[in-house]
Design a protein around this ligand. Sequence first.
Ligand SMILES: Cc1cc2nc3c(=O)[nH]c(=O)nc-3n(C[C@H](O)[C@H](O)[C@H](O)COP(=O)(O)OP(=O)(O)OC[C@H]3O[C@@H](n4cnc5c(N)ncnc54)[C@H](O)[C@@H]3O)c2cc1C
Length: 329
Amino acid sequence: MRAFEHRTVASAEEAVAALQSGDAGAASLIAGGADLLSLMKADLAAPTQIIDLKPARALQGIQIGPDGATRIGALTTLAEIERDAGLAERLPILPAAVRDAATPQLRNMATVGGNLMQRNRCWYFRGPYECWLKGGDQCFARDGQNKYAAIFDDGPCVAAHPSDLAPALLALEASVEVVGPSGARTLALSDLISAPTAERRRETTLGPAEVIVAVMIPAQPTGARGVYLKLMDRQAWAYALVSAAAQVTLADGHVARARLALGGVANAPRRASGAEAVVEGQRLTPELAAQVGEQAVHDATPLAHNGYKVQMARELVRRALLQAAGMEW
Ligand SMILES: Cc1cc2nc3c(=O)[nH]c(=O)nc-3n(C[C@H](O)[C@H](O)[C@H](O)COP(=O)(O)OP(=O)(O)OC[C@H]3O[C@@H](n4cnc5c(N)ncnc54)[C@H](O)[C@@H]3O)c2cc1C
C-alpha cells in the first residue's frame, strides 16, 4: 500500500472543503474502510490523503420523523441497521437486507454511505487487468469468466452491483442527501447508482467533491410489508448471487401497491417496474406471483456462465412477493 496522509473532519462541509483542496482525485473519503482499504491494497485506489468522516456526528444515527419518513445518516453502520428496534418494526426489509451482508465484524465497521459507494466485485476489475471500467477497450467478463456478472445488459461493463442495502432501499423509493461544492442536493437512489457510461466509468454519479450525508426513506403506506431474500454461493459471508426486495401493501385482499427490486443482476440495483404493473390492483395468487417473477426477467440477456441467475431472479421475485403478502410460497 502506498503512503498516505490521514485527516479527520467533523462535518460533511469540512469534508467537501478537504476534497477540493489539493490535486483532483488525490483525496478520498473513508468511513468504515471495509472497501477502500481493499482497493488501496490492490492499487485500484491510490489517494495521497484520506479524509476520515467518522467524527462527523451529523452523519450518524437513525431518525423517524413525525411524518413517518426515516433518515439514516451515512455513517450509520450495517450492524446498527440490523439491531434498530424502530426499523425492525417499521421497515423490516432493511434489517433483513443487511443481516446476511458480509460478517458481524464487517457489519460493525461498514457504513451506509460506504455500502452504496463500494466498487463492484468483478474479478477482472479487482484483478490486474486493464478492463473497460478501468479505462481499457473491453469488458473481459463479457466473453470470459462471467458466472457472477450481470444478466441485464445496461452498458459496456457487465459487473453486477454488490450491495444488499441498495435493492431494499430502491424498493422503499429512498433518496440520498448529498453535500458538495454547490451546496446540498437530494437525488433518487436510482440516480446515484447507475450503469457506467463512456464518460463516467464508475458505478455512481456522485461528484468528486460530494459527500453523502444521509439516506431518506419516505413514509410507507399503512400496512406495507417488506421482505428481502438473498441467494449466495454459501450460507454466510458471501455477496448475493441474486437478491430480491419486495415492499407490498394489500387492501381488500388485493395488491394495492408493490415495489420490487433485484440485486446482483445488473450494474445497479434494478427496479422491476413491469413486474409491479402485472400485480398491482390484482388479487394475488400463486399463479399470478409466478407470472410476476417471469415478467421480472423477461428482458434478461444472460452471458455464457450466468444463465442460472435468471432462474434465481424469477424464483426470488415470486417468493418475496408471496412472503410480503403473508402467503405460503
Ligand atoms: C469480505 C467482505 C464481504 C462483504 N459482503 C457484503 C455483502 O454480502 N453485502 C454487501 O452489501 N456488502 C458486502 N461487503 C461490502 C461492505 O458492506 C462494504 O465494503 C462496506 O459497506 C463499505 O462501507 P465502509 O463504510 O467500510 O466504506 P469505505 O470502505 O470507508 O468506503 C467505500 C467507498 O465509499 C466512499 N464513501 C464512504 N462514505 C461516504 C460518504 N458518506 N459519502 C461519499 N462517499 C463515501 C469512500 O470514499 C470509498 O470510495 C463485503 C465486504 C467485505 C470486505
